[in-house]
Ligand binder design. Structure first.
Ligand SMILES: Nc1ncnc2c1ncn2[C@@H]1O[C@H](COP(=O)(O)OP(=O)(O)OP(=O)(O)O)[C@@H](O)[C@H]1O
Length: 309
């Protein structure tokens, strides 16, 4: 079965608010799927429905072929969850938290202990395993939550903003582990605000806006599809009239910030040639000239309606 998650026409309402408005998508076995969207777009609500934490108001979710509402136990045995807010008991130690999770999944003590030792070692927490979680830093807590989610060796992992607000060390440790897990076959559903992270990590990205899925594609394809218009930035040694820039061959639009012109174009090569010819004709000198590759950030802003073309 190639699809690990199958979501069809999923709906969630809170009173008059439709938080999730009929979204459909699937996540394939072995991929890292990034789930992106601005604040309040419906990411956490979707993740909670996918993981069986909140009931579904319409549509369906199948995890490894199991309907999350009709066969929640069969589905839940196959995945782990790193939720948005910590689910670790702060008055217990890391080790006690892990043993509790082991009991919940019926792992048996020897397996739970072996897995816990390995995970604490990988996540740099071995030396702190007998310390109460309330003394942990945010990054340590997040690493523990990841260990708890991975204890039963799930084939699918859900993570809601796993590196939000963490320092570089914890972030790198978590991302490194996600890459290793994925290389070993774990499918990953990752909710994030961090474009750069999504770009580097994800095979495909789904973008949600106001409860609706506005795009699903590979990061590279999203960038080129959305941002066919390249950016060229240029500055001159003296002021030049806006009409002169806007009228050059290849220039689709031009605006100015300080002394730098931002030019949008479907043909950067022609635009650069026009700018060079313009500087020669007018006797002005080009001080800086940059072409900007389409970024996932811009694609994201375009798709979520926060930036107009
Ligand atoms: N329990 C609730 N009761 C009422 N409204 C809710 C509830 N949970 C979520 N909402 C609303 O549903 C919408 C989607 O919220 P959700 O938390 O899923 O968005 P999000 O994309 O995860 O946002 P963020 O990035 O800020 O976490 C928002 O308008 C939110 O106010």
């Amino acid at each position: 079965m190639p699809n690990v998650i199958e979501v069809e026409s999923l709906i969630k309402t809170f009173g008059a608010i439709t938080a999730v408005d009929g979204i459909s998508f699937e996540v394939r076995r072995g991929e890292i799927f990034g789930f992106l969207g601005p604040n309040g777009a419906g990411k956490t609500t979707t993740t909670r429905m996918l993981t069986g934490v909140v009931p579904i108001d319409g549509g369906s979710v199948r995890i490894f072929g199991h309907d999350i509402q009709k066969e929640p136990v069969l589905a839940k045995q196959r995945f782990g969850v790193v939720p948005e807010t910590s689910n670790a008991y702060v008055d217990l130690t890391a080790w006690q938290n892990l043993m509790l999770v082991g009991d919940l999944y019926g792992l048996g003590r020897p397996r739970a202990e072996r897995r816990s030792s390995d995970l604490l070692e990988t996540l740099g927490l071995s030396g702190r395993r007998d310390q109460k979680v309330k003394g942990y830093s945010k990054g340590m807590k997040q690493r523990l939550i990841l260990a708890m989610a991975l204890l039963h060796e799930p084939e699918l992992l859900f993570l809601d903003e796993p590196t939000s607000g963490l320092d570089v060390q914890s972030t790198q440790m978590i991302l490194g582990l996600l890459r290793d897990l994925n290389a070993d076959g774990t499918t990953i559903f990752l909710t994030t605000h961090n474009m750069e992270e999504a770009n580097r990590l994800c095979d495909r990205i789904g973008i949600i806006r106001s409860g609706k899925m506005v795009a699903i594609d590979a990061p590279e394809r999203l960038k080129t599809a959305i941002d066919r218009e390249h950016q060229v930035e240029v500055s001159f040694d003296r002021p030049v009239p806006a009409e002169a820039i806007a009228g050059l061959d290849g220039v689709a639009g031009a605006s100015r910030t300080g002394d730098v012109w931002q030019i949008t174009t479907g043909n950067p090569d022609l635009t650069i040639r026009s700018l060079v010819a313009f500087s020669g004709d007018r006797g002005v000198t080009i001080l800086t000239l940059n072409t900007l590759a389409p970024s996932l950030d811009r694609a994201f802003l375009r798709l979520t309606g926060e930036e107009r073309p």
